[in-house]
Design a protein around this ligand. Sequence first.
Ligand code: SAM
Length: 208
Amino acid sequence: MRMRKRAHLEERIGVLSPLMVYTKEEIDSFRDGKKIYLEIGCGKGRFIRECALRDAEIPHLAVEHYDNVAILAAEAAEREGIKNIRFSFSDIEKLDGEIEEGSVKRIYLNFSDPWPKKKQAKRRLTHPSFLKMYKKWLSEDGEIFFKTDNEKLFEFSLNSFCSEDFILSNITFDLHNSDFEGNIMTEYETKFAEEGKNIFRLEARKRL
Ligand SMILES: C[S@@+](CC[C@H](N)C(=O)[O-])C[C@H]1O[C@@H](n2cnc3c(N)ncnc32)[C@H](O)[C@@H]1O
């Protein structure tokens, strides 16, 4: 069942238009020659707002195609006065051609939809077709940080990253009981942790 549209959604999006970037010109103007950190599927955006505060010199781009939740992320960023964050309320694939090749230092994929059926595999954000697109965007020292609660998606993703020749590191099957420091929790992560689920995490880098 599809959630009802939030009240006055179009007006609320209009008010936040200074925080929105969609075209290559808008994205390039925002990053002003710097490399960006990109979150794909930011949901309500707690994670990317905290990242932007922590890495205040880095321009952060949060992409979320479901405007009903993305509006909450953008409104919170505005309310909190976070300057180094912009939003695209868009499917990530629509930004192919808009994001300059080599202009992304880091991609965050947090609790991406698992799309469990075999015939849905192409929609998974770690499918090789997506990884090929990310590879173009990533700088030579670029990296992808991926977290999920879904073991099957994690297994699928390990294979995808390997088939696209990424180098994997810092792999954990239980992030919250690992040595990893500085974890920033997402909304879904909090919920899954409360349910007692393990969180899987990996880092992937392009082979030079
Ligand atoms: C399960 S939620 C996780 C939200 C958030 N990252 C968190 O951990 O709390 C996955 C989000 O990814 C978004 N998403 C899925 N596929 C996407 C795509 N192709 N482009 C942009 N957003 C996408 C969904 O709309 C959804 O909000």
